[in-house]
Design a protein around this ligand. Sequence first.
Ligand SMILES: [Zn+2]
Length: 227
Amino acid sequence: MYCVKCGVELGNTEKKCPLCGTPVWNPDSAAEELYPRYRYGRDAKPKTGLMFLFTFILLIPVLLCLLIDLKLNRRIVWSGYVSLSAAVVYIMLVLPFWFRKRNPVIFVPVSFAAACGLLLYICCKSGGKWFLSFAFPVTGALCLIVTAAVALYRYVPKGWIFTTGGLTIALGGLSILIEFFLHITFGFGMFVWSLYPFAVLLLFGLLIIAIGTSPSMRAALRKKMFF
Ligand SMILES: [Zn+2]
């Protein structure tokens, strides 16, 4: 049998085409439905009941911690960490699902901002001096890289192979940036370790881009791995 959409040869037990995802239509089976029963789409309706459940699961321990902390210390000592960590988890994992249209280009930077806020709180609360010269620039750079990659994957899906190559190289560059900020914040040595991940990731990134520019290599990869 062959896929009705893309024409790839199919195994007998295949329920949908491994290459393009089209449900397999078998002309021999009379019971086969002509149309798929479900509408395929990425914007599923939010499951409100489940969302309320998750919200309470996170909210109840936070409230308990705040109450115990206030009762014992008459001010917020340690429950602030618990509450803000729970808030970050909530913003990253639960908040997006309240929305019908979930755009990762918006939620990724929002998640990074939340994580950055938590780090700022920990830094201030513990009297550290590492937020502005380390945590902020590193999370900021990572946020820019990931958001750019997510936006490119979403809006320029055809260029995914170049996005992946660029992302790999950018993460390599980030390792040098991390070492630099460790150097100026904590006085660690410069160029002790970061050049190794940089070199490896640069090489990988260039290799991925090279595959992307060669139509024959791209086609070979597509056939072999169903990319
Ligand atoms: Zn197909």
